[in-house]
Design a binder for this molecule. Structure first.
Ligand code: ADP
Ligand code: MG
Length: 246
């Protein structure tokens, strides 16, 4: 076996795939450019580390279950001047996760609520935070199913361990009284423990209707709003802009 083949076998066994891919070229370049042994080793290790970080970010993006990838860099703030761009940019540094504070994005369809929620979630994944995206419908279905199967506490505990929980489209569907109570339990569990981002097309006055109970709605809002950045977005739908452009 040649030395290259032996190195290849060892790198494979150690799962150092990135080093395995670049090793031959890097060795040739190092010989040409007269890199020291240490500099050569450092180059290989650096690239292996970068690849490991990339993979871990991709993995946490996958685990977050975003329905689509949206980035802050793609968001056109000039189309939605009502949104406090500076505050969104500050939130994208994720300091709010440490406090922890919640974010509510309220407004009619198409104004970018889901886009912003996902974009902040992606920043969280890039910072290696545990992020999980749910639609309100999916989340309440999961909670209801876990209660039936006797796993409610387990799922509540696992949801309370997530650094950033995103709940999209609260209010598109009314919840049953039962699921409203489960939702309340979740919000109580995360209260002052971990941040939640919620998007909704319904103003606060109509949350009683979503939960079919004014008292439960008030209790949920009380906990959510205690430490919270709320964005009321009243602008035009970006979807309409796209339709009329075509
Ligand atoms: P909402 O959740 O408020 O209904 P979305 O976030 O789903 O709206 O936005 C609808 C579509 O328009 C998405 O494809 C989103 O990426 C895009 N979009 C919305 N607002 C903007 C914006 N200001 N700049 C760029 N794209 C936007
Ligand atoms: Mg949406």
């Amino acid at each position: 076996m040649t030395t290259f083949e032996q190195i290849d076998t060892h790198l494979k066994m150690l799962s150092l795939h990135q080093m395995r891919e670049i090793y031959r070229n890097e060795a040739e370049n190092a010989a040409k450019t007269k890199l020291s042994y240490q500099e050569f080793l450092l180059r290989l290790l650096e690239q292996q580390v970068v690849s490991k970080i990339d993979r871990s970010i991709n993995r946490s993006i996958q685990l977050a279950c975003f329905p689509i990838i949206k980035r802050l860099e793609e968001f056109d703030f000039s189309y939605q001047p009502q949104i406090d761009e500076k505050l969104i940019r500050e939130l994208s540094t994720l300091n709010f996760l440490d406090e922890p504070k919640n974010i509510l994005l309220l407004g009619p369809p198409g104004v970018g609520k889901t886009h912003l929620a996902i974009a902040i979630g992606i920043k969280g994944c890039q910072a290696r935070k545990r992020v999980r995206f749910y639609t309100a419908e999916q989340l309440t279905q999961d909670l209801a199913a876990s209660e039936i199967s006797g796993n409610l506490q387990k799922i509540l505990v696992s949801l309370s361990r997530i650094d950033l929980l995103i709940i999209d489209e609260l209010g598109y569907l009314e919840l049953s009284k039962k699921t409203a109570t489960l939702f309340f339990q979740l919000i109580s569990k995360r209260y002052e423990q971990g941040s939640v981002i919620i998007t909704s097309n319904k103003p606060f006055e109509e949350w009683g209707q979503i939960f079919q109970d004014d008292v439960v709605a008030a209790a949920i809002l009380d906990r959510l709003l205690h430490h919270c950045h709320t964005f009321f977005i009243q602008g035009k739908s970006y979807r309409m802009k796209q339709i009329f452009k075509n």
